[in-house]
Ligand binder design. Structure first.
Ligand code: M6R
Length: 610
C-alpha cells in the first residue's frame, strides 16, 4: 500500500526522496508526489502514474532546492488514482502538508464537519481531512496538533506532516500502519519501511502504536498521545536492501503469507457495525435491488474461483438463494440463463483477468446486477461493476495468491452475511454470531501461522513425493482445491484437489504407497465422513496428513501420520484458517526443492490473454 519517506538534513532533498520512493515501489502505487520546504512556504508536485512520470513532471517544472521534504507513493483507497488525489495533501492555505498511509474510517463525518466550518476540499481522499484539521489547530505546536488529530480519527494511520511555519521539522504519527525513523548523523528520515533510507543509515527506531514522533536534523523525540516523552529504542539493521524489502522474510510469498492477519484486519475495517451486524452500505446498492435477486452466479479463475466455491456454500446456507459458480472462461461461452433478477459476483484480485472481465461484461450486457470483488482500486473490474467490494490485502508481489485469497474469502463472507441481513433470511442473533466469528479471523489466522516451523519439519519428509491429493467436503472442499493449486504452481508437483466423497468414484485407483493424501476436516457437520474417507486412503497405503480444528487431534491421529491443527470456529468461516497450513506446506515443500516461489515458471501474476 502507500509508501512515505521524509527527510530533514543538509542534503538536497529531492535527490534523496526520489530514490527513497523507488525503494518503496514494491508496496504498489498508482501516483506519487513530493513536498519540499522553502523559505516561508512549501512547494508540492504530484503526478499520477509511475515515479518516472513524477521525475518527468519535475524535469518540466523543477522544484527549488530544499533540505526538508516528504515523498509519497499512493495506492488508491478513497478516490480514483489521479493527480489531484495523489499525496501530499494541503490545507486551504497551502501551509500544512500531509502524507498518509492507511484508511481514516470516520473521514466522511470529519469532512462534513470541516466543510460546514468553511474548509474547501481539493481531493476525494480521506487523507485531506487531516490537513484541514491541522489548519484549525495552527496555534498549537505541530506535534500537539497531530496528537489532537490522532485522538479524533479512527482507523489506520501513518502520517507524516510539515508546516510552513515550522521549518526543518517533520512530525509523524502511527496507528495501524507502519512508520520507522532512520537515524543519521546530522540528518534523519521517517519512512513506511526501512529500504527507503537503508543506503544512508543502518540505525533505526520503530514508531510504536499511538505514538507521535518529531524529527529535526539533530533530534528525534517520541511521545504518546498525552504528550509524555518516551525513551528511544535504537536498533541496528543487519539486513541488506533486498532482504529489507521482504521485511526480513526470505521471499515475498512468505512475507505475504505472514501478512494475512493484517490484510484481513484491513478488509474488515469499518464493515462490521457496533451492533455486530455487517454494514456494506459502501456498495451503494438499494436494498430493494438486492431483495429482487432470485439467483446468484459467481465467476472467477484460479485461486479466485476457489473463493467462489466458498461463496456458493455461504450464500446458499445463509441467504437461501440458489448459487451457480463458474470458471470465467467457461461461463462466457456456455450461454448461461441470466436476467435482471440475477446477481453476478465476479472475483479477481487483479481486476484485470481477461476471462473474468469478459464474463463480467457479458453478465452486465444481460442486465444482471454485477458486484466486483477485487484488490485493485479502479481496476477494469471495479470500473465495470455496478458495485465494488474491495479486498484490502495491499499489493501482492508473489505470483501465487495467498493474502489476496484469504481476504477474498473474508470479503465474500461479509457479502453473504449482508445479503442475509438485507433479505431477512436469518435472524439477527445468528448473523451477529457469525459476524463476530469473521471479526475474530485475524487472531485465528495469527494462531494458525504459528505452526509454520512444525510444517517446515513435516515438509522435509515429503520433499520426494510426486503425487499428492487434497481432499475435503463442504467448506473444506475449496480449501483442498486451493492447497492442490498452491503445490502445483510453486512446487511443480502433481497435486489434485477432490471432494473427499468423490474419490471412490475413480481417483482411488491412483492411491498406492508413496502417494501423499492431505485431508482437510474442519467443517463440523462432515468431519466424521471426511475422516472415514481418509481411512479408505490409508487402507490403500497412502501417507496421510490431516488438518483439523484444535480439540479433534485424537480422531485425526487414528488415521493420520501427521496432524496439523487450526483454531476452532464456525463452519465455512473456518475456510480462512484452514488454508493457512496448506499455503505453508506448499511453500516449505517448494523451498526444500530450492525453487523460486515468487516467480514460478510459466506463470504470470495477471493473465490478460485468453
Ligand atoms: O487476478 P485474478 O484473481 O483474476 O487471477 C486469477 C488467477 O489467474 C490466479 O488466481 C492464479 O490462479 C494464481 N496464480 C493463483 O495463485
Amino acid at each position: 500500500m502507500c509508501g512515505i519517506v521524509g527527510y530533514v538534513g543538509p542534503r538536497p532533498v529531492v535527490e534523496l526522496l526520489i530514490p527513497g520512493l523507488a525503494r518503496l515501489e514494491y508496496r504498489g502505487y498508482d501516483s506519487a508526489g513530493l513536498a519540499i520546504q522553502q523559505q516561508d512556504s512549501i512547494a508540492v508536485i504530484k503526478q499520477v502514474g509511475r515515479i518516472a512520470d513524477l521525475e518527468h513532471a519535475l524535469s518540466l517544472s523543477p522544484l527549488p532546492e530544499g533540505h526538508t521534504g516528504i515523498g509519497h507513493t499512493r495506492w488508491a483507497t478513497h478516490g480514483a488514482p489521479n493527480t489531484i488525489n495523489a499525496h501530499p495533501h494541503r490545507d486551504c492555505t497551502g501551509s500544512v502538508i500531509v502524507a498518509h498511509n492507511g484508511i481514516i474510517e470516520n473521514w466522511a463525518d470529519l469532512r462534513s464537519e470541516l466543510i460546514a466550518g468553511g474548509h474547501e476540499f481539493a481531493s476525494d481522499t480521506d487523507t485531506e481531512v487531516v490537513a484541514h484539521m491541522l489548519e484549525d489547530l495552527a496555534d498549537l505546536p505541530l506535534a500537539e496538533a497531530v496528537r489532537s488529530v490522532m485522538k479524533r480519527t479512527d482507523g489506520a494511520l501513518a502520517l507524516v506532516v510539515m508546516r510552513a511555519s515550522d521549518p526543518d521539522l517533520l512530525v509523524g504519527a502511527r496507528r495501524g500502519s507502519p512508520l520507522v525513523v532512520g537515524k543519521g548523523d546530522g540528518e534523519n528520515f521517517l519512512a513506511s519501511d526501512i529500504p527507503a533510507f537503508l543506503e544512508h543509515t543502518r540505525r533505526m527506531v520503530v514508531v510504536d502504536e499511538d505514538r507521535v514522533v518529531e524529527i529535526t536534523k539533530e533530534s528525534i523525540r517520541i511521545t504518546d498521545l498525552e504528550g509524555t516523552e518516551l525513551p528511544l529504542e535504537e536498533r541496528v539493521i543487519e539486513w541488506d536492501l533486498e532482504a529489507a524489502e521482504k521485511g526480513g522474510f526470505s521471499t515475498f510469498m512468505e512475507k505475504e503469507i505472514h501478512e494475512q492477519p493484517r490484510a484481513i484486519t484491513d478488509t474488515l475495517r469499518g464493515r462490521i457495525r457496533r451492533d455486530g451486524l455487517v454494514d456494506l452500505s459502501e456498495l451503494g446498492l438499494d436494498p430493494e435491488r438486492l431483495r429482487i435477486v432470485d439467483k446468484v452466479y459467481v465467476v472467477a479463475c484460479g485461486t479466485s474461483f476457489h473463493a467462489a466455491m466458498m461463496a456458493k456454500y455461504a450464500i446458499e446456507r445463509w441467504v437461501r438463494l440458489p448459487v451457480e459458480i463458474d470458471i470465467a472462461s467457461e461461463f462466457r461461452y456456455r450461454d448461461p440463463v441470466l436476467d435482471s433478477n440475477s446477481l453476478v459476483i465476479a472475483i479477481s484480485q487483479s481486476g484485470e483477468t481477461i476471462d473474468t472481465m469478459a464474463a463480467a461484461r457479458y453478465a452486465k450486457a444481460q442486465g444482471c446486477l454485477l458486484i466486483g470483488v477485487t484488490n485493485v482500486v479502479d481496476s477494469a473490474l471495479a470500473r465495470e461493476s455496478n458495485a465494488v467490494l474491495y479486498t484490502r490485502a495491499g499489493p501482492e508481489i508473489g505470483v501465487a495468491a495467498t493474502k489476496t485469497f484469504t481476504t477474498q474469502l473474508v470479503a465474500l463472507q461479509l457479502l453473504g452475511l449482508y445479503l442475509a441481513q438485507v433479505r431477512g433470511s436469518r435472524d439477527e442473533g445468528s448473523l451477529v454470531h457469525l459476524a463476530a466469528a469473521v471479526r475474530s479471523l485475524p487472531k485465528l489466522v495469527e494462531e494458525a501461522l504459528q505452526a509454520s516451523t512444525d510444517i517446515e519439519d513435516i515438509s522435509q519428509k515429503f520433499a520426494h513425493t510426486r503425487d499428492v491429493f487434497f481432499l475435503g467436503r463442504s467448506g473444506d472442499f475449496p480449501v483442498a482445491m486451493e492447497g492442490a493449486l498452491k503445490l502445483k504452481e510453486i512446487a511443480y508437483l502433481r497435486a489434485e484437489g477432490y471432494a473427499a466423497g468423490e474419490m471412490k468414484h475413480g481417483p482411488i485407483a491412483l492411491i498406492e504407497p508413496g502417494v501423499l493424501v492431505v485431508g482437510v476436516a474442519t467443517d463440523t457437520h462432515v468431519r466424521a465422513k471426511t475422516i472415514s474417507n481418509m481411512q479408505e486412503m490409508k487402507a490403500r497405503g497412502a501417507t496421510i496428513v490431516m488438518v483439523v480444528e484444535r480439540g479433534h487431534e485424537q480422531e485425526a491421529e487414528e488415521v493420520a501420520d501427521h496432524v496439523l491443527t487450526v483454531p476452532p470456529g464456525p463452519d465455512l468461516i473456518c475456510t480462512v484458517t484452514a488454508v493457512v497450513p496448506l499455503q505453508l506446506l506448499a511453500y516449505h515443500i517448494a523451498t526444500a526443492h530450492g525453487l523460486d516461489v515468487d516467480k514460478p515458471r510459466n506463470l504470470a501474476k495477471t493473465v490478460t490473454v485468453e
